[in-house]
Design a protein around this ligand. Structure first.
Ligand code: SAM
Length: 221
């Protein structure tokens, strides 16, 4: 079967995934609608297609992962997006999270350190017709993306040893940075930093997660 076919079976599996995410505490209907409408099986290597709607992370190229749907929903919900929000994602990976953000109405800037992942995400987002309001970059996202700052929200989809100050500086006042932070490379707490004004920030600490490491100048070396 063509990998890019979205069948009734896939749609049914997505409906069940949506119900599972609701039962785990995701309440943002815009986020749930986005996950419900996006064929996650397109973003996985073909051998994992039959598992695409399980709530699990899976390997992608370059030794990286596509995040678990619950994690994608959890981080997206914490961003408190509004239609037209300008969002920077660090860690494009498969492009799935970027697509969810776009379907939530955001203007997405996404940066990835592996060229091969950025290229395959770009090709897939084109297949899905999600190229408007989508801007992909290759580079070290721990430095943010100054050329298009400031952002309403920044989402980091890899585990950081600490919160890079550069990212906070690229937020608009009132903006949120959602980032998994942990002193060990394999376990993090989800943290939401709100830039209250140019001097003050508010920090909220949420649940435990496990991400691949954020590697770069302001991340793991
Ligand atoms: N958001 C992705 C998705 O939906 O498939 C999942 C990303 S995976 C968990 C984390 C990604 O962050 C990997 O693709 C990794 O290469 C990338 N990454 C790690 N450090 C980075 C950095 N400094 N700048 C940009 N990307 C980085």
């Amino acid at each position: 079967m063509n990998h890019y076919q979205d069948t009734y079976k896939h749609k049914g599996q997505r409906r069940q995934l949506r119900e599972l995410l609701s039962s785990k505490g995701i309440t943002d209907q815009v986020v749930l609608n986005a996950i419900d409408s996006l064929p996650r099986h397109f973003f996985l290597p073909i051998e994992f297609e039959s598992h695409a709607y399980e709530d699990k992370a899976f390997p992608i190229a370059a030794g990286q992962t596509i995040s678990q749907p619950y994690t994608v929903a959890y981080q997206s919900q914490l961003l408190s997006l509004k239609p037209g929000s300008k969002v920077l994602e660090i860690g494009t990976g498969s492009g799935y999270q970027a697509a969810v953000l776009q379907l939530c109405g955001a203007e997405v800037y996404s940066i990835e350190r592996h060229q091969i992942l950025s290229d395959s995400a770009a090709a897939l987002l084109k297949v899905l017709g999600l190229t408007q309001r989508m801007h992909l970059f290759v580079g070290d996202g721990t430095k943010g993306l100054m050329s298009h700052a400031p952002y309403d929200a920044i989402i980091v989809t890899a585990g950081a040893p600490s919160v890079p100050k550069t990212l906070v500086s690229q937020l608009k006042p009132g903006g949120h940075l959602v980032i998994p932070v942990g002193k060990q490379a394999e376990s993090q707490k989800m943290v939401r930093i709100t830039k209250v004004n140019d001097k003050d920030i508010k920090t909220e600490v949420y649940d435990d997660f496990s991400f691949v490491p954020l590697v770069g100048e302001n991340g793991w070396k």
